[in-house]
Design a protein around this ligand. Structure first.
Ligand code: MG
Length: 254
């Protein structure tokens, strides 16, 4: 969506604060012995307790064979994104890295964010993968400027991930958000600066670098949602919803 009035702007900012609060609670809860289903239940409970709606639950992405069955996506180790937490619950264990991706709707405005968290102590490669992917998100946000192009964001994200020796997952990427879970433009995590759609004041975008410690190829599991790396290497994912303002990108889900 493009923000054009104070009411939408206020709702967007409040939605982002609420989502950040839920993700912080999930981060605190994620520990060895906790199940993915526990995390999903906590996410849904916290969202509904404040009168908001989970917006992944029941969502039907383009091309999907069925609606998404949970509030949260929980993607563990070689799972890239869209891991289903509640159909076959998984128990987190020390050494895992776990992607938590969540969207909520507050007064008609949708926001989307994700973190990847280490469970207990993880190895050095996992820590490097997490920090490179988080740095890529920061670089993408810094490159998101009114008057620029989508490709500026794409290139900044790619440089950060590849510069750290990891791969960009090419099939997935960021998107517009606000009225619907996925809006135009698609924001690839690789590309050329100065190309693609123009970045305009008031645009609401979800930036989401998705990386792999090995090769970039991914495969879709029989559940129709969970993407895994083809070579079994681990993957990380960080996401913020941002608002483009004249002075720069404002992080809505910080
Ligand atoms: Mg997203």
């Amino acid at each position: 969506m493009t923000i054009s009035n104070d009411a939408d702007r206020a709702n967007l900012i409040e939605a982002g604060k609420r989502l950040a609060g839920v993700l912080a609670a999930l981060r605190a809860k994620a520990a060895p012995g906790v199940s993915s289903d526990d995390l999903d239940t906590l996410a849904e409970t916290l969202i509904r307790a404040r009168g908001d709606e989970p917006c992944f639950l029941g969502y039907m992405p383009e091309g999907a064979g069925r609606a998404y069955p949970a509030t949260l996506c929980v993607s563990i180790n070689d799972e890239v994104v869209h891991g289903i937490p509640n159909e076959i619950p998984r128990t987190l264990k020390a050494g895992d890295i776990v992607g938590l991706d969540l969207g909520l709707k507050h007064h008609g405005v949708i926001v989307d964010a994700a973190i990847t968290v280490p469970i207990g102590t993880v190895d050095e490669e996992a820590m490097k993968l997490l920090s490179a992917t988080e740095n890529a998100l920061a670089a993408g946000i810094a490159a998101a400027k009114v008057g620029g192009r989508v490709g500026d964001i794409s290139r900044a994200i790619q440089q950060e991930i590849e510069g750290a020796g990891f791969s960009v997952v090419k099939e997935l990427g960021g998107h517009g958000v606000g009225r619907r879970v996925h809006e135009e433009p698609f924001i690839a995590n690789f590309g050329k600066p100065g190309t693609g759609e123009a970045l305009e004041e008031g645009m609401v975008l979800a930036l989401e670098p998705i990386s792999s410690a090995g090769k970039s190829s991914i495969v879709l599991a029989p559940d129709g949602y969970t993407f895994r790396t083809k070579d079994g290497s681990r993957s990380a994912h960080f996401e913020h919803t941002i608002l483009l303002e004249k002075s720069g990108a404002r992080i809505i889900t910080a």
